[in-house]
Design a protein around this ligand. Sequence first.
Ligand SMILES: O=c1ccn([C@@H]2O[C@H](COP(=O)(O)O)[C@@H](O)[C@H]2O)c(=O)[nH]1
Length: 234
Amino acid sequence: MTEKPIVVALDFDNKFKALQLVDKLDPALCRLKVGKEMFTLFGPELVKDIHNRGFDLFLDLKFHDIPNTVAKAVAAAAELGVWMVNVHASGGLAMMQAAKKALLPYGDNAPLLIAVTVLTSMSNEELQLLGINATAQEHVLRLAKLTQQAGLDGVVCSAQEASLLKSTLGEDFKLVTPGIRPVGADIGDQKRIMTPSKALAAGSDYLVIGRPITQAADPLAALEAIHQSILNGE
Ligand SMILES: O=c1ccn([C@@H]2O[C@H](COP(=O)(O)O)[C@@H](O)[C@H]2O)c(=O)[nH]1
């Protein structure tokens, strides 16, 4: 199992409340993710606040634009010193290659660069509505192969695709899986879900978990219960 597989998704509209939670968490036990909501509201200052508290940060901005623009955005993320950054694989091979190239000057200090395949909130039916005549699993595999061809470090997918991707693309290709729901948790808008321990058993390297922790009455207890469920293999 990857060291510190849990990535807590900080989706808050209030920086004070977010940092109150962060201050209760231990950077030795989890990593953090900041996405579009918090970065739009609070910007690079929030990234500094989180780094100052010793956490690895996944900047989940899912860049999707022409190659030149994405390359510059990814380099800007590297300047912030984040641990991981992402683009949309559907932006295409040239875009992903440009993003990868933009990180070369950062050498060993470059963030991990991954690509979103099919959002975990999407079902086979929604793909059909987009004119994609493939199942989510087939489309994830296609985009993950393209991502690997572009030289990226891994993909965002659902844990439901993890065993297929690990066996096809190899152990080193990182699988970052949102759509994680502990037994009994509210599913919300997620469609392709799995429990934390099953996701790890299926081959997920990192579990992105937001509302089951952040919206819990006691977020720290919720996180500890997830750790325990992993240790127990539940
Ligand atoms: O396919 C994707 C890509 C990103 N996400 C992000 O992960 C978290 C999940 O939060 P929950 O509250 O655990 O549902 C959220 O920040 C999404 O933007 C995703 O869910 N699926």
